[in-house]
Write a protein that binds this ligand. Structure first.
Ligand code: PEP
Length: 255
């Protein structure tokens, strides 16, 4: 039984006023989606403000990225310890924008994943192929390489606490959502890799989110797939109604 996880990646959006409003709006309505885990990942600058706006509501707080070192001369970076210190429980790692805009490699993402575990943070490790890789029939190989690279040296105990996210790069922010068949095929393959690399019990525990143009009108079908355990949402997470509608479409905990 995997509780659906609905995570909002606010990216570099909002300002202090709208971030607080969005957080308060989600907090006020979190009880409408029992059996669903909600998580918001605001810009670093607004993490504490959003934490305070969420108050006691059952909504988690996550970073969108971090560096792998704990402290030091790393201008502009935020550390795992800092995220944990301000009350974040999760952190998105290896998002396609980190990979393709900022040049992060699988090795970088692996260091960050290890650092997240060491700091007691739950990593949400993203994988996903480019359009040209899909068109060349390389999707499965790319996802396997990213899975192996990001999770090198990660133990069964650690991975059991983590979350994976499949985000086809061509579907992120484009309105071009993957079909349920395309998404489920990759999710099932990720589950198989978890079984092969770890064991069936771990594979049955780890949640695998889909991300890429998830909206209220396509969420039900995607989240109804056996291996899709939630969503990582960009654009639609900036609207309280849409975020909650997607959470509602996940149907809550199913046996
Ligand atoms: C994302 O940023 O992870 C994402 C999936 O964005 P969008 O929902 O806007 O496609």
């Amino acid at each position: 039984m995997r509780t659906p996880l609905i995570a909002g990646n606010w990216k570099m959006n909002t300002d202090s006023t709208s971030a607080a409003e969005l957080a308060r709006g989600i907090a006020a309505r979190a009880a409408e989606v029992p059996g669903v885990e909600l998580l918001v990942c605001p810009p670093s600058a607004y993490l504490t403000l959003v934490r305070d706006a969420l108050g006691d509501a059952a909504v988690g707080l996550g970073g969108q990225n971090m560096y792998h070192e704990t402290s030091g001369a790393f201008t502009g970076e935020i550390s795992p310890a800092m995220l944990a210190d301000i009350g974040a429980q999760s952190v998105i790692l290896g998002h396609s924008e980190r990979r393709h805009v900022f040049g992060e490699t699988d090795a970088d993402i692996n260091k960050k994943t290890q650092a997240a575990f060491a700091a007691g943070l739950r990593p949400i490790v993203c994988v996903g192929e480019l359009l040209e890789e899909r068109q060349a029939g390389q999707t499965a190989a790319v996802i396997r390489r990213q899975f192996e690279g990001a999770l090198a040296g990660v133990s069964a105990e650690q991975i059991a606490t983590a979350v994976l996210a499949y985000e086809p790069v061509w579907a992120i922010g484009t309105g071009q959502v993957a079909t349920t068949e395309q998404a489920e095929e990759v999710h099932a393959d990720l589950r198989k890799q978890l079984t092969e690399r770890y064991n069936a019990e771990v594979a049955a525990t780890v949640r695998i989110l889909y991300g890429g143009s998830v909206k209220p009108d396509n969420a039900g079908q995607l989240l109804g797939q056996p291996n899709i355990d939630g969503a990582l949402i960009g654009g639609a997470s900036l609207k309280v109604d849409d975020f909650l509608a997607i959470a509602s479409a996940s149907g809550g905990v199913t046996a």
